[in-house]
Write a protein that binds this ligand. Structure first.
Ligand SMILES: Cc1cc2nc3c(=O)[nH]c(=O)nc-3n(C[C@H](O)[C@H](O)[C@H](O)COP(=O)(O)O)c2cc1C
Length: 336
């Protein structure tokens, strides 16, 4: 019997497989199915910053974004009060989810700047959330905003939410910081209990028939995991807080890779949307079978074995590998 128990954000989980934020957690019945299939925790879909601002103003969200930037076309914001149940609906859904299952429920706040975050973090805590995930989702399109401005904003947000709640707080970030390692360390210093890497940014396409930009939502591909594995291996070598990987986790093998790179947990959304909630069980069986076939008795036996510090060949995660990979390719001008 392999011991899959994992600690994440100071919470003891029965295994490392967590359901990532997605519409699947919009139904209490589905959350129950996730627990039955073996998920160790569920991150609820997010409550969006725009909903918080709208709630505090007591109005339906205006089509103008809160901090519209000069020169930008105005994005179409959905009527946020009905999207994702609204603030009150979100809190009662969280409360109902906590009543319905024994596994931890992680509430999610999504945005990049809001004075309301602390207050709503407290409401999520009061509704029973075992932990919070702050999804800092921002596309820096304004050339006047520097990376330092953005990082400061993000760190202030983390520190203020942390100072307002007792439950653990994980921060979900994107991969596009100039100095990801430094930023991750600053997030740790700001008080976060965990880091979730990485957000996927949904990229609009251009429809040539209608000559318009169209929003697209493509599910992930397992190849996307590699960026996360590399950064988990790097970050786990010096961070003291927990790491979760999200993006491209589709199978038991993928979860194992996350553990090798030093993550505490692996989060899954696309694979469940594609294959159904029963895929959780398949994933756990794949993991357990692989571990026991190799003679491992617990997930701790492999965790971090290929982090930058532990891996004998750390170059695989660094620039040296770039040279090796290029050198290994047959050069088009080679005479050999
Ligand atoms: C349809 C859909 C809705 C999502 N909604 C949220 C959300 O509300 N909040 C959030 O932080 N992430 C959300 N995500 C991102 C996922 O939590 C996850 O980080 C991302 O999809 C990468 O994981 P995957 O490769 O397993 O899909 C959503 C993803 C999908 C596909």
């Amino acid at each position: 019997m392999v011991d899959l128990r994992t600690n994440y954000l100071g919470i003891s989980l029965k295994n490392p497989l967590v359901v990532a934020a997605s519409p699947l957690s919009g139904s209490i019945n589905q959350i129950k199915q996730m627990e039955e299939a073996g998920a160790s925790a569920v991150v609820l879909f997010s409550l969006f910053e725009e909903q918080l601002e709208q709630q505090s103003k007591g109005t339906a969200v205006s089509p103008t974004p809160p901090r519209a930037q000069p020169g930008n076309t105005q994005p179409d914001f959905p009527q946020m009060e009905s999207y994702n149940l609204g603030v009150k609906g979100y809190l009662s859904h969280l409360y109902a989810a906590k009543k319905a299952v024994a596994i931890p429920i992680i509430g999610s706040l999504n945005g990049y700047y809001s004075s309301e975050w602390v207050q709503y973090a407290q409401l999520l805590e009061a509704a029973g959330a075992d932990a919070l995930e702050l999804n800092i989702y921002y596309l820096p399109t304004n050339p006047r905003i520097t990376s330092a401005d953005l990082e400061k904003m993000c760190l202030e947000l983390v520190a203020s939410v942390k100072s307002g709640v007792k439950i653990p707080v994980a921060v979900k970030i994107g991969p596009y910081f100039s100095a990801t390692a430094h930023m991750a360390q600053q997030i740790e210093k700001a008080g976060a209990d965990g880091l979730v890497i990485f957000n996927r940014f949904y990229q609009p396409d251009i429809d040539l028939d209608t000559e318009t930009a169209v929003s697209t939502l493509d599910l992930s591909h397992p190849q996307e995991l590699r960026l996360r594995l590399r950064w988990a291996a790097i970050l786990s070598s010096f961070l003291h807080i927990d790491l979760a990987i999200t993006g491209g986790v589709h199978s038991g093998a993928d979860v194992l890779k996350c553990l090798y790179a030093g993550a505490q947990t692996a989060m899954m959304a696309s694979a469940l949307l594609q294959n159904g909630i029963g895929h959780i069980q398949t994933t756990l069986t794949e993991m357990t079978t692989w571990l026991s076939n190799r003679g491992y008795t617990s997930v701790d036996d492999i965790r971090g074995k290929l982090s930058l510090i532990e891996a004998g060949d750390s170059a695989a995660f660094e620039r040296a590998n770039y040279m090796q990979v290029l050198a290994a390719q047959k050069h088009p001008f080679s005479h050999k």
